[in-house]
Design a protein around this ligand. Structure first.
Ligand SMILES: [Zn+2]
Ligand SMILES: [Zn+2]
Length: 214
């Protein structure tokens, strides 16, 4: 797999994990909102109301509850973001060959090996932006871990990361700098090296190379 495909696949796997987390968070939020609404509908049996009276000074409780109920349920921002990201993915998947499934991210994953390198690179940029947006909302970082004792096969920098989203056989290694490929003659010595992308390797290749050098 060329670097563009490795990046694109890693981006889909990262986004897939982030979307799963976002879906779970949307469920929790929906439950919390339902509980809040139930509490508003039954103010006398509401635990939160009990605390309010204990604190005192809130005037007419029934009036408060009615005002809150009229304002309607607060939006579920996690569900809204989930919906928005899936819509964007569906717009991308719309241009790709059908896979029989309805999951747009899966359709994108299946289509990657058949894409032009430039298309894969554009796709990576789009997926990474969506991934960052979801992770920012969830306050989670990228799924990557430092790989101790291993140097970058291209620039020899001694901080490389394993990108661990998805199944282990699909894990990849990227340089911590990160360094970019200069194409033919690059120190990465990868067959079919192309100029431009940040260096990326299948994890198994880096580990084998490392073990071979020691
Ligand atoms: Zn490097
Ligand atoms: Zn290179």
């Amino acid at each position: 797999m060329t670097p563009h495909y490795l990046h694109a696949r890693a981006a889909t796997l990262s986004l897939e994990f982030a979307l799963d987390q976002l879906g779970a968070q949307a469920e929790l939020e929906a439950r919390a909102i339902r509980a809040e609404q139930a509490a508003v509908r039954e103010p006398l049996r509401s635990a939160s109301w009990g605390r309010r009276t204990a604190l005192g000074g809130h005037g007419d409780p029934t009036g408060d509850a009615v005002l809150t109920a009229r304002a309607g349920a607060r939006p579920n921002r996690y569900a809204n973001l989930h919906h928005d990201v899936l819509e964007r993915l569906a717009a991308v998947a719309h241009h790709l060959p059908p896979t029989g499934g309805i999951n747009p991210l899966h359709r994108v994953q299946v289509a990657i090996p058949g894409m032009q390198p430039g298309t894969a690179a554009t796709l990576t940029t789009l997926l990474s932006k969506l991934d960052e947006r979801v992770r920012r909302e969830l306050r989670i970082g990228p799924d990557r871990e430092p790989l101790p004792g291993v140097e970058c096969p291209a620039c020899r920098h001694r901080l490389v990361y394993v990108q661990i989203a998805g199944p282990e056989h699909a894990w990849t290694v990227v340089c911590g700098k990160p360094c970019r490929c200069v194409g033919q003659g690059c120190r990465c010595e990868q067959p079919g090296a192309v100029e431009g992308p940040v260096h990326i390797w299948p994890r198994s290749e880096v580990l084998t190379g490392h073990l071979a050098r020691n």
